[in-house]
Design a protein. Structure first.
Length: 140
């Protein structure tokens, strides 16, 4: 698959990459090995990854070192993003309010990036600009 130049990356893929016991580890490692896109995430995903990898500070530090080296870009949230997250949270009230997912949705609109690498099926339901589907570039 030819990927667009920028791809959003969700928590689940990052955790699967760093956790060799994860069911999706091997396929995610393969995906990242062949990925040439710029991988963009948010602070919410970073915090969630750190929490989910909390059983090993060494693995957490490997992830942090990759962030420091620019393997992933951690896009900061702007004030307007929080307003959009509020709107998205209200629109998806029937789903649990997952801040990292909503933050990815907000920056997908701001940066005009439809491509997302995720294990989360909620991105089949979430819509960009209220009507556009995400382009899920990774499916296990």
């Amino acid at each position: 698959m030819i990927l667009p130049p920028n791809v959003l990356v969700d928590t689940g893929l990052l955790v699967a990459f760093y956790d060799s016991a994860d069911d999706h580890h091997d396929i995610v490692v393969e995906f990242f090995a062949s990925c040439t896109a710029r991988l963009i995430t948010t602070e919410g995903c970073v915090a969630e990854v750190m929490w989910l990898l909390s059983s090993s500070w060494q693995v957490q530090n490997e992830f942090l070192n990759h962030l420091a080296r620019g393997v992933y870009v951690c896009e900061p949230l702007l004030a307007a993003d929080f307003s959009r997250i509020t709107d998205l949270n209200e629109q998806s009230a029937d789903l649990p309010g997952d801040f990292p997912d909503l933050a990815l949705s907000a920056i997908s609109e701001r940066l005009n990036i439809a491509a997302i690498a995720t294990l989360d099926k909620d991105f089949d339901i979430y819509r960009r600009y209220r009507k556009q589907f995400f382009n899920r570039v990774f499916r296990p």
